[in-house]
Design a protein around this ligand. Structure first.
Ligand SMILES: Nc1ncnc2c1ncn2[C@@H]1O[C@H](COP(=O)(O)OP(=O)(O)OP(=O)(O)O)[C@@H](O)[C@H]1O
Length: 300
């Protein structure tokens, strides 16, 4: 059971009238990872997260959260979430707001101090909520989600609306939260963010999961980069090698559209022909290139 995914959906679908907000989603979030749910606005991220929390009922398909029915007491006991700005009392301090919530959640006041510590708000815990910056308000929201010491933390666009400093602090916090046993599932439309904090990424577009994998895995392109001299001669030769679909001459190197498994063969032929090969490696795309390729949309 210990290796069972914390979140697993099969064919999860939500239709609003004619809109397939979420369309046949198969999602797997593993224990201990920070999973980034990446997609442009309107892709269906929030709807998915809401289904995982039992706030929205799926049209069809299934979902399991901690092996339980989403929204069931057993599932909710192990999940903390920040899916919309939580309602805090503006005239209460950050600490008192959390104490009120802790009482409702049936957890002891010591959890309040731990949560404040985790989100680095202990020093400002006595200030009224309304005095907080947006970033601090958002971090207090994360603290509220942490009160139950959940196994799984679900964050919907946690950096939305924050200034660059607030964003950086939130990213740091998420990394820290994901460092141990806890599993974090966050949604974002920002590539850079997902690239910086997540172990694995699911890319969603039009309600469908169009790619899933590690950041490194998604980045690894299918091509090869070859640095050889003279470059033009090398280009001509590589073009004629079986299995090579195309060759582009870039800045001092060739971008070869071929299976990276062809590297040895390409190298052998160039060297045999007396060319000097100084570099030959799989082409890495930035996640941004991958994202744009997959979604065909501007990712920022
Ligand atoms: N309650 C609703 N009624 C009707 N349509 C909805 C409802 N909620 C979401 N939608 C539609 O479903 C689609 C997916 O929305 P969703 O909010 O899940 O996307 P998202 O990826 O979270 O985007 P955003 O980051 O903009 O919130 C959109 O076309 C949206 O208009």
């Amino acid at each position: 059971m210990n290796d069972a995914p914390l979140v697993e959906t099969r064919g999860l679908t939500k239709r609003y009238g004619r809109i397939d907000a979420v369309d046949g989603l198969d999602l797997t979030v593993r224990r201990g990872e920070v999973y980034g749910f990446l997609g442009p606005n309107g892709a269906g991220k929030s709807t998915t997260l809401r289904m995982l929390l039992g706030l929205v009922r799926p049209t069809s398909g299934s979902a399991r959260v901690l092996g339980e029915e989403p929204g069931s007491p057993a599932a909710l006991a192990g999940v903390g979430a920040l899916v919309e700005s939580p309602a805090f009392y503006p005239y209460l301090s950050g600490r008192d707001n959390l104490r009120v919530m802790a009482r409702y959640a049936g957890v002891g006041p010591e959890r309040v101090e731990e949560a404040l510590e985790t989100v680095e708000l202990s020093g400002r815990a006595r200030d009224k909520f309304k005095k907080y910056s947006l970033g601090m308000k958002q971090r207090l929201g994360v603290a509220a989600a942490l009160l139950k010491d959940p196994k799984l933390l679900i964050l919907d666009e946690p950096t939305n609306g924050l200034d660059p400093k607030g964003m950086a602090e939130m990213r740091k916090l998420i990394k820290r939260l994901g460092g141990g046993e806890r599993t974090v599932l966050l949604s974002s439309h920002l590539l850079g963010e997902v690239e910086q904090v997540c172990d694995r990424v699911g890319v969603i577009r039009g309600g469908k999961l169009i790619a899933e994998g590690t950041v490194a895995g998604l980045r690894a392109g299918s091509g090869l980069l070859v640095r050889a001299e003279p470059l033009e001669v090398a280009a001509g030769m590589v073009r004629r090698i079986p299995g090579v679909e195309g060759v582009e001459i870039g800045e001092g190197l060739l971008r070869v559209d071929a299976d990276p498994g062809r590297a040895a063969e390409i190298n052998r032929r160039l060297v045999l022909a007396g060319l000097k090969v100084s570099e030959l490696r799989p082409a890495e795309q930035t996640l941004e290139e991958v994202f744009l390729e997959l979604t065909g949309e501007e990712g920022r």
